[in-house]
Design a protein around this ligand. Structure first.
Ligand code: ZN
Length: 115
């Protein structure tokens, strides 16, 4: 993972605050720090961890905003994150591209799209 890949995926700025012996990255959105990750040796690992932690935080926020109900059928079921614009079609981890879907709606969405 490179810095520019990570920025593209999260659609936010990432500051490189690395010091000798520590790769350290901070994700910034609307002037606020929304995530931070570091790794002693591997910048790619640090960036992967940063992307994952920001993504998980956004997913939680989306679920909360949907009151933990499926975006499609409205039922309260275990949710899984769905990218409205698929990752395979260049969709990113931006919050507006993520919805919480129950397993059966999520399956349906992916089957529809692969027809
Ligand atoms: Zn559903």
């Amino acid at each position: 993972m490179t810095l520019s890949n990570a920025e593209r995926l999260l659609e936010c700025a990432i500051e490189d605050r690395s010091t000798p012996g520590c790769h350290w990255y901070v994700a910034i959105e609307e002037g606020k720090e929304i995530g931070s990750a570091f790794h002693p040796a591997d910048s790619s690992e640090a960036l992967k961890e940063l992307v994952n932690s920001v993504y998980q935080a956004r997913v939680k926020r989306v679920y909360r905003s949907q009151d933990y109900k499926c975006f499609y059928c409205g039922k309260r079921r275990p949710l899984t994150p769905h990218h409205e614009k698929f990752r395979s079609h260049g969709g990113t981890h931006v919050q507006s591209n993520i919805v919480g879907a129950c397993i059966s709606c999520h399956d349906k969405k992916h089957k529809e799209r692969s027809k």
